[in-house]
Design a protein around this ligand. Structure first.
Ligand SMILES: [Zn+2]
Length: 235
């Protein structure tokens, strides 16, 4: 038994790098180069401590970029009680997932990928970077491919492109549905069966956000889409 345990990993996870940077210097890593450098220094230091512990104890200590579903709401409630409501830090219902740029912050897909990629190299227990797209990727496959290539070039270890997927349970149409089904023309507001709207929350694809905790529902509601109009240099 003792020998088997040595093959496991002992991971330390973190959330809220963005709020941490806001608290320290007033800006998160999507807002300033200085914050990005400080963020890399902090996470780099955490990784160094894991490596040192691995050497010292001959066990697999690793650093995990976690979404921490339950803790994202719990920690911010504890901190708000202790420190009060601080703008950009404790004024929302959730702490930002791992090293992510806050979901409410407007940023292009390209800049988001470039800013988050360096953290993938530091988080050897796992990580993910999301890009939120507005439309149907099938209508713009070139842009979709460019995003995947950009992720690969920048060193994203695990990337995900989120996009809305709607389905009409009556006629079976799958795609983007506005007020009216493009296939059969029916509307859901005239007493019909509702359209299914699939969204992704911390890795789960869900037809409705009802079953998620308040923190993650608040996060979903805050999300902005990431523009892909033109690729420009990262800030
Ligand atoms: Zn339909």
């Amino acid at each position: 038994m003792r020998e088997i345990l040595k093959h496991g990993t002992l991971s330390v996870g973190f959330i809220g790098l963005a709020e941490c940077l806001k608290a320290l210097i007033g800006k998160h890593h999507g807002e300033s180069k200085e914050a990005q450098n400080l963020g890399l220094e902090i996470i780099g230091y955490m990784r160094k401590r894991m490596d040192e512990a691995s050497q010292q104890y001959h066990l697999n200590f690793t650093l995990l970029a976690t979404p921490a579903e339950g803790l994202s709401g719990r920690f911010v409630r504890i901190d708000a009680k202790k420190f009060g409501v601080i703008e950009g830090v404790t004024d929302r219902e959730y702490y930002t997932n791992s090293f992510h740029i806050p979901v409410y912050f407007p940023i292009s897909a390209w800049d988001k990928i470039k800013l988050e990629a360096p953290y993938h190299a530091l988080t050897n227990a796992g990580h993910i970077t999301y890009v939120e797209l507005d439309g149907d990727p099938l209508q713009n496959l070139d842009a979709f491919e460019q995003i995947i290539r950009c992720m690969k070039e920048e060193g994203i270890g695990y990337g995900s492109v989120n996009h809305p997927v709607d389905r009409d349970p009556k006629c079976g149409y799958t795609g983007i549905i506005g007020d009216e089904c493009p296939c059969c023309g029916r509307r859901e507001d005239d007493g019909n069966e509702a359209f299914e709207r699939i969204r992704r929350i911390t890795g789960y694809l869900v037809g409705s956000v009802e079953n998620f905790n308040n923190a993650k529902r608040a996060e979903e509601a805050d999300r902005v889409k990431h523009g892909i109009e033109s690729e420009r240099e990262a800030i």
